[in-house]
Write a protein that binds this ligand. Structure first.
Ligand SMILES: [Fe+2]
Length: 93
């Protein structure tokens, strides 16, 4: 993604804008996790690898921050997230 908003926020209804913004934030953070982990695999420099993996871990925290706020603003998302967890627990038990 590298700093490109994947949707046109101008076309988002005003009442949906905060939720859409938080979802874009989640997408950006997940993209960053992938980028840093891929770069970490590519380098043979131990310190750079360590730094990249540490930053990737921080990005996972950022995902959690965006998600936590999103779940406070989107009850349906919160319910469906819990439903997804239940379905996976059932699938892999
Ligand atoms: Fe981040």
């Amino acid at each position: 993604m590298l700093s490109t908003i994947p949707i046109n926020l101008d076309k988002v209804r005003k009442e949906d804008l905060d939720r859409e913004t938080l979802r874009v934030g989640i997408i950006a953070e997940l993209d960053a996790v992938n980028l840093y982990e891929q770069l970490a695999v590519m380098t043979e420099n131990r310190n750079i690898k360590k730094l990249l993996l540490d930053i990737a871990k921080e990005e996972k925290t950022h995902v959690g921050e965006f998600q936590a706020l999103l779940l406070k603003q989107d009850e349906e998302q919160k319910r469906e997230l819990e439903e997804g967890k239940k379905e996976i627990d059932e699938l892999i038990k």
